[in-house]
Design a protein around this ligand. Structure first.
Ligand SMILES: NC(=O)c1ccc[n+]([C@@H]2O[C@H](COP(=O)([O-])OP(=O)(O)OC[C@H]3O[C@@H](n4cnc5c(N)ncnc54)[C@H](O)[C@@H]3O)[C@@H](O)[C@H]2O)c1
Ligand SMILES: [Zn+2]
Length: 361
């Protein structure tokens, strides 16, 4: 078992990572003195698969539990679902002290964190991430959100959990497409911050894809450390440091949106975004062609796309600019000048961006 701490003064919390640690969840919660009544937000699939075990571990430690299930799709990250969940929470919250458990992937985690942040002006919540993406990324750092029709993650808050409890064994049942999607974020961490992780990914492809849980634990630990360190220094993305986590995401988000959130999942879109960022880094003379190739090879190795299919380049560029206009931000890309050397570059010429995106086809 490994423990990574997110250092945020009074709001600090641990990330507990391990294989076969689920039985200890109740004890960790008890030690937090977090409350007695657990309102568990999850989906039907996860409840069927792991619900009985979760209930057992909680009730054995004296917790009173209630499951609230949401749709198994990004659609659950909506104001409508949040409103329904909040009403159910208010009904459950009778006498004792209630807290929320987010039991699922990034969708459940973002929604549950949002509900926790607004209910009674904020109550405690715990993340139990069950996808690789959630374990290495979304469960850590307190970004909570729901979507609007106008765009993703438009309503939300920075609101930190009290605990992130990462049982690596959950990944045994995860679909291979979801494993690959999570690997895109892992590659992102390696490229921006961790040379050692980068080599480990190059050398352990087959073990990782066979879901060797020992190596998965090692990489989840490495990624959690990187994210915890960045969040501790720039919790609310004010100094700009946290924005290096957006490597591959600037165009990745545009690709996801241009494909109507159907053509590419998050990890695949981020991979394409990383390919563009690598290409731009090369064009601006920040890295040489050899390193560019090494990164593209790693993305390909993990079954992630290098080429854009079925989504028009113009649509991607339009989605990118819509995003920027909407947020009032200047054009800002996270590029690299080497492995572990992120560089924020502002106002890249549109022609250059277009050329880099065209190279994807
Ligand atoms: N808050 C953040 O910092 C942050 C960061 C990155 C992404 N996100 C958000 O995360 C969301 C994507 O998260 P995701 O990729 O985890 O998707 P997801 O939550 O939709 O989960 C993917 C699928 O895997 C299933 N699943 C979950 N755990 C499983 C398990 N152990 N075994 C089998 N199946 C399992 C889910 O039911 C779902 O069908 C997006 O909404 C994105 O915006 C948030
Ligand atoms: Zn991401």
């Amino acid at each position: 078992m490994r423990i990574v701490k997110v250092n945020l003064g009074k709001r600090s919390y641990p990330i507990i990572i391990g294989r076969g640690i689920f039985n200890q969840l109740g004890l960790y919660l008890k030690n937090l003195d977090i409350g007695t009544d657990a309102f568990i937000i999850s989906n039907a699939f996860l409840k069927n698969k792991y619900g009985a075990k979760l209930l057992n571990v909680l009730s054995r430690n004296g917790f009173n539990c209630h499951f609230n299930l949401v749709a198994d799709s990004e659609k659950a990250k909506s104001i409508q679902t949040a409103s329904r969940v909040i009403k159910a929470l208010a009904k459950f919250d009778q006498k004792k002290k209630v807290f929320i458990i987010a039991f699922g992937g990034g969708v459940v985690g973002d929604l549950a964190g949002f509900v926790a942040s607004v209910y009674k002006r904020g109550i405690s919540y715990v993340q139990i991430p069950t996808t690789l993406l959630a374990q290495v990324d979304s469960a850590i750092g307190g970004k909570t959100a729901v979507d609007l029709d106008l765009g993703k993650n438009l309503v939300g808050a920075f609101y930190q959990p009290r605990l992130v409890f990462t049982e690596v064994n959950f990944l045994k049942s995860l679909d291979i497409i979801q494993v690959r999607s999570g690997m895109a974020e892992v590659i992102k961490y390696a490229v921006i911050k961790d040379q050692k992780l980068f080599s480990l990914l190059e050398n352990n492809y087959s073990c990782l894809m066979r879901r060797n849980l020992v190596i998965l634990e090692v990489i989840i630990n490495a990624c959690s450390r990187v994210k915890a360190e960045i969040v501790a220094q720039d919790e609310k993305e004010t100094t700009g440091l946290r924005s290096i986590l957006n490597f591959g995401h600037t165009l990745g988000h545009a690709i996801e949106a241009a494909g109507g959130y159907k053509s590419y999942n998050h990890g695949q879109a981020v991979s394409l975004g990383m390919v563009v960022a690598v290409d731009l880094s090369q064009r601006l003379g920040l890295i040489d062609a050899k390193l560019g190739l090494r990164i593209r090879n790693l993305i390909k190795l993990y079954g992630l796309p290098l080429k854009l299919k079925g989504v028009a380049v113009d649509k991607v560029i339009r989605a990118h600019y819509h995003d920027k206009k909407f947020s009032g931000q200047e054009n800002k890309f996270v590029l690299i000048s080497g492995i572990g050397k992120p560089r924020i570059v502002r106002n890249i010429k549109l022609d250059l961006i277009k050329e880099a995106v065209r190279l994807l086809i």
